[in-house]
Design a protein around this ligand. Structure first.
Ligand code: SPD
Length: 340
């Protein structure tokens, strides 16, 4: 053996120290995955995950419209999949690259926002509702109208989310959350203007902490997020108001500008492994439409009616839909409401 050959292993180790691991860039909502799962993926696929978060579908869209590049997996909700796909921003999903799709609950396999799952794979589903401090109320809360109660002046927070906030007003007025009549929009805006007198702020990021610390009495938030609080403090409760609510499916999708398509597909498939999905459900308290995972989750979560609501609750809830050009009409009214 030549002398230089003995040095070969050392040279190989040194050169691999300098080489860059493949990267996977993920853009997701806050508090929406169990962090150790990311570590496990990095280890198994010898890569580095760069993880970034957003607070609303509209923030996600704005980022891509401003030319964001390099995200490999994103988590838009149902109607936003439709919006992004119609603006040619999503890569068609190659189903043969996601073998664990076999675990997907059939009821989620042909959704109206993305027929045949051409551009997205369902991740979780859930409801909007009211998270509240039971010490501040004598009874269970069952109506959105509580946000108009002056007794809770400055102790209430609504999501900083246009579609969700107009959704509340539309439900109180008896309209669909996807209503596109400008007269109804004006009525909804009037109602929300009344409410704003008592509102601490529109916020999606900090409201959970403020509810936990007792600074506010009630917040408008999503089911699993409030359940994460309930796990910390049994004083907190969640309810889906009787007027009906937003029912959503959040999805995984690959933007057209993704840099690492292969790793993105592997990540989506990894998430659909039943034991991985079950761990995510047990951590974030949102159900995932993975038939096998549901057999593995914590029985306390499986039997909770706010997490897996009965048919009548689902019936009075609605999925948000892409409003097309009407979105800009609503945006104008939303901006006026927020600044005045
Ligand atoms: N912490 C994650 C919350 C995700 C909520 N997405 C639902 C959006 C429905 N409009």
């Amino acid at each position: 053996m030549k002398k230089w050959m003995l040095l070969l292993p050392i040279v190989m180790v040194l050169s691999s120290c300098g080489s860059k691991l493949p990267e996977l860039h993920i853009y997701n909502w806050d508090d929406y995955i169990e962090k150790s799962i990311l570590k496990e993926f990095e280890k198994e696929y010898n890569c580095r995950i760069i993880y970034d978060t957003f607070a609303s579908n509209e923030d996600l869209l704005a980022k891509f419209q401003a030319g964001a590049k390099g995200y490999d997996v994103i988590f838009p909700s149902d109607y936003m999949v439709n919006t992004l796909a119609s603006q040619d921003m999503l890569y068609p999903i190659q189903h043969d690259k996601i073998p664990n799709l076999k675990y997907l609950d059939e009821q989620f396999s042909n959704p109206p926002y993305d027929p045949g799952l051409m551009y997205s794979i369902p991740y979780t589903y859930g409801f909007s509702g009211i998270g509240y401090d039971t010490d501040a109320f004598d009874n269970e809360l069952n109506s959105w109208k509580i946000f108009w109660d002056a007794a809770y002046n400055d102790r209430m927070i609504l999501l900083d989310d246009m579609r969700e906030v107009f959704g509340i007003a539309f439900k109180i007025l008896g309209y669909s959350i996807n209503d596109t009549d400008p007269k109804h929009l004006a009525e909804a805006a009037e109602l929300l203007k009344e409410q704003k007198k008592y509102l601490r702020k529109y916020d999606s990021a900090m409201s959970k902490n403020l509810l936990l610390s007792g600074e506010v009495a009630l917040i408008h938030h999503w089911s699993g997020d409030v359940y994460q609080l309930i796990e910390e403090d049994g004083r907190i409760a969640f309810s889906i108001p009787e007027e009906g609510s937003v029912l959503f499916t959040d999805c995984m999708a690959i933007p057209k500008t993704a840099q690492n398509l292969e790793l993105a597909e592997k990540f989506i498939d990894f998430i659909l492994r039943p034991e991985i999905s079950a761990r995510i459900i047990n951590t974030i308290w949102y159900p995932m439409p993975n038939t096998k995972a549901l057999e593995l989750i914590d029985p306390e979560i499986r039997s909770d009616e706010n997490i897996f609501p009965p048919a009548e609750v689902i019936k009075r809830s609605e999925f948000l839909q892409d409003l097309g050009e009407y979105t800009s009409v609503m945006e104008k009214v939303w901006t006026e409401l927020k600044i005045n």
